[in-house]
Design a protein around this ligand. Structure first.
Ligand code: AMP
Ligand code: ZN
Ligand code: ZN
Length: 330
């Protein structure tokens, strides 16, 4: 195998591109794909302050590395989910990267800040562990960005994540969720811009990038994720991709180019301030405050309390804020 660019010995073959690359040209191709994503969706500008949500895994550390390399002002944010040794090792990986690169890493601990951790939440609430974890992440990322004066939150979601989520939404024809699947969600009252600059790159490519850049990342998956719906959808996509390389990218990137305009919906619900935390919401209390109250067994003041079932449905059906919903249903 020879590198497509320089004909030197290749270190990686990308079947969907029908091409192989040496280290230097693979890294260059990777950066070009990120730049293309940023440009195409106007994700960020040179003066923006960027908050990168860093889980300690390959995707988010690769993202942070590329953004720093491209000269962006990028600060990391680690959210401690309290998932035993897995969380400790993830935090260590994020901290080590920040230290080596001389960049700032902010840390929010879910238990310390909000009084519960993810394993407890999964046992006590009416929703799945992954749902409450996803909700907490979206909530904390947005709030930390607002409080820290950041312009945009960047996450490490890759092509595999996008394709699996789109597959799940399509299988159930969740048209509103499909319409909201965008690599860049604009800012609006109380919500900062959210972007996914790695959405053109596969999981295999982000792993190769992190490895070739010598980034020490946590390889293990979250121990609570077993049986998770999105994981099964990823496996299904991989089986199709294996039989016909390029399908994953055609499905997701093709949707963004040609499908998304057909799904665009006009739903603009009225947002007001959550009575618990002031974040924007469609109801009196935001989805996070309702979930938190349920987990802690607290009552939200005023009005009858919704049943567990109502809370779960509300969470799943929340029309807006889109950013709070995006990626849910895993
Ligand atoms: P996941 O939802 O685990 O697939 O992760 C998707 C993206 O969310 C990652 O690429 C990170 O950008 C971000 N993320 C996940 N877990 C954390 C965490 N504990 N702290 C900060 N960011 C996270
Ligand atoms: Zn080369
Ligand atoms: Zn709230």
């Amino acid at each position: 195998m020879r590198c497509r660019s320089c004909r030197g010995p290749a270190v990686i073959e990308i079947r969907r591109h029908h091409a192989a690359f040496c280290t230097e040209h693979f890294l260059a191709m990777f950066r070009t794909q990120v730049e293309k994503a940023i440009r195409r969706f106007r994700m960020m500008g040179p003066d923006d302050r960027i908050l990168v949500a860093v889980s300690g895994g390959k995707d988010s550390l690769a993202l942070w590395d590329v953004l720093l390399g491209l000269g962006y002002d990028a600060t990391g944010l680690y959210l401690g989910l309290g998932i035993g040794g897995y969380s400790d090792r993830s935090h260590d990986a994020a901290r080590t990267f920040a230290k080596h690169r001389g960049v700032r890493l902010l840390t929010v601990d879910l238990e310390q800040e909000h009084g519960f951790d993810v394993p407890t939440a999964g046992q006590r609430g009416s929703r799945s562990t992954c749902a409450v974890c996803g909700l907490s992440k979206r909530y904390v990322f947005n709030r930390a960005a607002l409080e820290g004066g950041f312009d945009v939150v960047a996450t490490g979601h890759n092509l595999d994540d996008g394709a699996a989520t789109l597959l799940g939404n399509t299988l159930r024809w969740q048209t509103q969720a499909i319409a909201r699947q965008s690599p860049a969600l604009p800012a609006h009252e109380g919500m900062v811009r959210k972007v996914k600059p790695l959405h053109r790159l596969s999981e295999l490519e982000t792993a190769a990038y992190a490895f070739l850049r010598g980034i020490d990342y946590v390889v293990e998956e979250c121990p609570l994720v077993a049986g998770n719906t999105q994981l099964r959808q990823k496996e299904a996509m991989n089986a199709i991709e294996h039989a016909s390389p390029g399908t994953k990218a055609q499905f997701f990137l093709g949707y963004l180019e040609r499908g998304a305009p057909l799904f665009r919906s006009e739903d603009r619900a009225d947002l007001r301030s959550c009575e618990g935390c002031s974040q924007p919401t469609t109801g009196r209390f935001c989805a996070f405050c309702r979930a938190r109250a349920q987990i802690l067994g607290e009552r939200l003041s005023g009005g009858p309390e919704p049943s567990d079932r109502e809370v779960a449905e509300e969470l799943a059906d929340e029309v807006l804020p889109v950013e709070i919903y995006d990626g849910a249903g895993r």
